[in-house]
Ligand binder design. Structure first.
Ligand SMILES: [Zn+2]
Length: 317
């Protein structure tokens, strides 16, 4: 049977239910934990996060994939307690959001060291928590081109994914040619890779989405809700209709099996104020009604949020 690592244990993929594939319990830049202005007390973090996860559960949400990398505020004991209290499965990741958020200890490490780190977190556990990572995060550093360090992390991730059967999720799908070359060289089938943020306002115009699908990759339309219609939109916002039209081109164009969708929201941002008015529950409150209004049927919605994530997240032996 297909299995998936969650922070409370390895479970059958059938038990994941409705999945938010790219979210954050709390995301902050490395070092934000040292900032006395922004670092939050445990009380504040629980207070901001628990109601959102409870609401997610009430709406029918089953699994929350936390795409926060090793140096960006990942806190697995905290995730375990959130999952136990709210009943939402939480999948934690190993890996890094990008080379530019890896602290010097990791930034100087070899491919071999990094891949052993990832494999340990997937097969033994993260730190002393006993919780195994269910996905590997990699990403493109600021600047729009993959750096030497980004490539080292991608190669280590490809080796760990091939060795353990856990999939890879990328931050950004721009400049994907070097990434695809690395995955091919390491013998990792590209359906094990979700190329994320293909839909955000800054990167959508420069992301070769069709090419990625032709190579066998999956597309993450995972910044739903960061729209120019917000009162104070972030720089990566995009008009709501533009994003929906972009998504529908794949959903209604025979590529529904290649797409996954999410909101990339922060339950409780760390070291920055976050984006007001945007939560994981955008998926239920706005996105799904929008899909229905655009003629997307229930079976297709189930494929996007239940079947595709179960297939993608399943540990492939
Ligand atoms: Zn994210």
């Amino acid at each position: 049977m297909s299995k998936v690592n969650t922070v409370l244990g390895t479970i059958p993929a059938e038990e994941l239910g409705f999945v938010a594939i790219h979210e954050h319990i709390g995301y902050g830049m490395p070092g934000s934990e040292l900032d006395t202005k922004w670092w939050k007390t445990p009380e504040q973090r629980y207070e901001e996060t628990v109601p959102k996860l409870r609401q997610f559960h009430e709406y029918g949400g089953g699994t929350f994939v936390d795409a926060t990398g090793i140096c960006n505020g990942r806190d697995v004991d905290y995730y375990k307690s959130l999952s136990a209290k709210t009943g939402v499965h939480i999948v934690a990741c190993t890996g890094f959001v990008g080379g530019d958020t890896a602290l010097p200890h990791f930034a100087r490490a070899t491919v071999d060291y990094l891949s052993r780190q990832f494999i340990h977190e997937i097969t033994v556990g993260i730190g002393g928590t006993g919780a195994k990572a269910g996905i590997i995060k990699v990403g493109v550093s600021r600047g729009g081109r993959m750096t030497e360090l980004d490539k080292r992390i991608y190669r280590a991730a490809a080796r760990a994914a091939a060795a353990t059967g856990v999939p890879i999720l990328t931050h950004l799908a721009i400049d994907p040619e070097p990434a695809v070359a690395i995955f091919n060289e390491e013998g990792l089938p590209l359906d094990r890779v979700l190329f994320g943020h293909v839909d955000d306002g800054v990167n959508a115009p420069i992301t070769p989405d069709t090419w990625i699908v032709q190579q066998g990759g999956r597309l993450g339309f995972d910044t739903f809700g960061y729209e120019t219609e917000l009162t104070d939109p972030p720089f990566w916002a995009r008009p709501r209709k533009d994003r929906m039209d972009h998504f529908l081109r794949f959903v209604q164009g025979g590529q529904v099996d290649r797409v996954l969708a999410s909101a990339d929201a922060n339950c409780s941002p760390l070291g920055w104020p976050g984006v007001k008015g945007h939560t994981v529950n955008y998926i239920f409150e706005v996105l799904i009604p929008d899909l229905r209004n655009n003629g997307v049927d229930e079976e297709t919605i189930t494929r996007i949020f239940v079947d595709n994530p179960a297939d993608f997240l399943s540990i492939r032996n």
